[in-house]
Design a protein around this ligand. Structure first.
Ligand code: PLP
Length: 418
């Protein structure tokens, strides 16, 4: 038997174009990270690889600001981190409060239901943060709640919730916390130990600017204790995700085969975490804020506004309101940006489809040349479509935002030296 080979066009090597990635992830990848990922593979039990795994765990503890021993990258995208938390921590019949203010909170509800938990959902409007008062009220009414889960940085709306306060309320009522830090980690502060987050997970392709497909997680002792009790009774439903088994490879003492680690992707993660360490976490947070403020100045000069109130706005994920006059043609704007300028920005999801654009400035994508390019390209596309945008004004506004930030940084330095 022969396998039919009738391609519509001749298949040759795949060479993607160079895009400027300003969407909700993936973000651009530093050339150092790409270089690391292209090094020759070695075995996942090779002592040299095992040493690298230990460094990876150390670097991840720094990124997460935690001393948790069990801090390591899961093989799979951010969604795997989410699923790992629920499948390991929620036993059938247990009550889980999920705070939902966008797409990803909705996925948490799905996870609870699928592992046989009982979800109690707290809704907040898309674009608003999760409301701590609602959590307090809900836990009062549901004292048997075992777990509270929420999204720290809702990528579908650009809103950040107060993880520290939500975690404190959860613990006051004896519940454990699952925190989604996929978009926040390295972009805005995530303080796992200080905030007492029991389980926190992220993704490699957002503010860590690594290749997609890895999900760094951190679990504290409370989680490990709970999961260990599930070795015999109420076994974790997923063989692949059962932490009791994964620990055999990523734990402190043993290194036994569980599944083949994504070796080259882990080389890449090591390098991207090293870049983060070299820059410094605080500097990374400050950089995301600096370029957000310049972008914001430019967008506002173009007459555009933000969905989220200023104090809840994520610097790494800008949800920009689309002017009503072009909402019907907004896909054309994104298409032109992609085809003419090689820029990817994100569309709105769910109730925000056609209402917002999502301009991500995550990790390596968060840099001045991208701010200027984005403003210049978006401005020219909008002007072409008849919007009242004066070419050059947005760029000038971003320039002066940078200038005033430089001036105040210089003054702060002088004050510190005096
Ligand atoms: C992107 C994202 C996820 C899912 O990550 P994938 O790597 O796409 O699986 C989960 N939660 C949030 C908040 C995200 O932004």
């Amino acid at each position: 038997m022969t396998i039919a080979y009738a391609p519509q066009r001749k298949i040759s090597s795949f060479h993607p174009p160079q895009r400027t990635l300003l969407g909700p992830g993936p973000s651009e990848i530093n050339p150092r990270v790409l270089a690391a990922s292209s090094l020759p593979a070695i075995g996942y039990l090779d002592p040299i690889f095992v040493d690298m795994m230990d460094e990876l765990k150390q670097l991840l503890r720094y990124a997460y600001q935690t001393n948790n021993q069990l801090t390591f990258p899961l093989s799979g995208p951010g969604s795997v981190g989410m699923e790992s938390c629920f499948v390991n921590m929620v036993e059938p019949g247990e009550k889980v409060v999920v705070m939902k203010n966008g797409v990803f909170g909705g996925r948490m509800v799905e996870n609870v239901d699928r592992v046989g938990g009982k979800s109690v959902v707290i809704e907040d409007a898309w674009g608003e943060p999760c409301d701590p008062q609602k959590l307090e009220d809900t836990l009062k009414k549901n004292p048997d709640t075992k777990i509270v889960s929420f999204i720290h940085a809702e990528t579908s709306t650009g809103a950040q919730s107060d993880a520290k306060t939500l975690a404190a309320i959860a613990h006051k009522y004896g519940a454990m916390v699952i925190c989604d830090a996929v978009t926040s980690l390295a972009g805005t502060p995530v303080k796992t130990d200080e905030w007492d987050l029991d389980a926190v997970y992220s993704g490699s392709q957002k503010c860590l600017s690594c290749v997609p497909g890895l999900s760094p997680v951190s679990y504290n002792e409370r989680v490990i204790e709970k999961v260990k009790l599930r070795r015999d009774k109420n076994r974790v439903q997923s063989w692949f995700m059962d932490l009791n088994l994964v620990l055999g490879y990523w734990g402190e003492t043993t290194r036994t085969y569980h599944h083949t680690a994504p070796i080259n992707s882990l080389f890449a993660l090591h390098e991207s975490l090293l870049l983060l360490k070299e820059e410094g976490l605080e500097n990374s947070w400050a950089r995301h804020m600096r370029h957000h403020l310049a972008l914001k100045a430019g967008l506002e000069a173009m007459g555009l506004s933000f969905l989220v109130k200023e104090q809840y706005r994520l610097p790494q994920m800008n949800a920009v309101m689309i002017p009503e006059s072009i909402q019907a043609r907004e896909a054309e704007v994104r298409k032109t940006l992609l085809n003419e300028f090689n820029i990817e920005i994100g569309a709105g999801l769910g109730p925000l489809a056609g209402k917002i654009w999502r301009i991500g400035m995550m990790g390596y994508s968060s840099k001045p040349e991208n701010v200027m390019l984005c403003l210049s390209a978006l401005g020219s596309v909008l002007a072409d479509m008849g919007q009242p945008v004066k070419v050059g004004e947005a760029e000038a506004a971003a320039h002066s935002a940078y200038a005033s930030m430089h001036a105040s940084a210089a003054q702060a330095k002088l004050r510190a030296a005096a």
